[in-house]
Ligand binder design. Sequence first.
Ligand code: MN
Length: 433
Amino acid sequence: MQIVTTHQSTDFDGLASLVAATLIYPGAVAVLPRITNPNVKAFLSIHKDLFSLYRTGDLDLAAVNRLIVVDTNKWSRIEKGGLFRDQYKPEVLIWDHHDPADCDMDALWKCQESMGANITLMVRRIKEQGTQISPIQATLFLIGLYEDTGNLVFPSTTAEDAYTAAYLLENRADLSILRTFLQPAYGERQKDILFEMLKTASRRKIHNYSASINITHINGHISNLSLVVHMYREIVNVDVAVGIFVQRENDKCIVIGRSIVSDLNIGAVMRSMGGGGHPGAGSALLKSVNPNSVREWIVELLKGNQESSVQVRDLMSSPVIHVTSDTSMSEVSRILEVENCTGLPVVDQDCLKGIISRRDFKKLKKAGQLQSPVKAFMSTKNITIGPDKSPMHAARLMVKHDVGRLPVIENDRIIGIISRSDAMRYFYDALPD
Ligand SMILES: [Mn+2]
């Protein structure tokens, strides 16, 4: 019996090479180690029935006369390696892309070449043989190739790896399946930072959305911090995650954000901080700042969701056309007519008392009540806004409370009023051409 096996803690390149070997050696039995990487495990839980894979326990190992080893060259990495080496002593064939100097196996035949992924070596043979590969096999092979080459960007990547990727795509490798299972380049340093972030992770509510803003100190340049923030957001399970990475040695703060809700536009937040990005992802680089102030700044920006630095103060009408609480309803009616508006704030000594709108005139039972003061009919459910809020915030309040205008209050005094059309005019003007 001939069997194929690969290293323990099997990764996608190992699994792909295992399956490829069964195409090169028809009749060989593929033996999957008991321990596989979590992403391989997830892949197999769905695809198990599509590949015939055995475990060492399923077989009589004494009957193995040929052992084909793929994606490793060391006995210690193979399940029951010692048993094969010392007791059963089958002939050994090796397909491996690691450094041949590390090889401790006495092989009858070997293909050992430095290559980004081991599957590249095996696909070369499959092509030479003229063996057809199925789209599922092509997909698995491409996942292995991408994983071991970090999507073809690791320095170990060769031109042949890239040609092989093209060949697998020609053979209908499915990129959407691939994306589901492929873990992007994520190494020890990224892992350390992610763990560090998780130790101090906290969540807060911003406009009914969950957010987590984390401050972490880092040393030197770390690649792929955006991936770390991406994973952090998924693990902490929030709508918005922002990582503030503090580099003490050069007095810099790298701010990276991710958002999955369109209401919290992280790209806009980062633009306000001098950076840039898209609604879902953005970053900014800040010099000589206090990280705690940066965090507070981000919270304020997210609260206002400021598309720009435009505030309610810039859009409101001022001074405010208003009436006082003892103004008669007939006078209110006249002013509404003259000013051509649907409502007015009721103000005594700069203090907001209520809002009177055309709708409130329905409360008048008889004509005589037109001489009654406005305070008997005005609405006192006052929805107001601060001058430093964003137009987005104003629009959200108006929609939520079904009001057409918001008095702008500063230090308990009314300083202006913003109407629905003021807010909307801003949005339309702000839209790109
Ligand atoms: Mn490999």
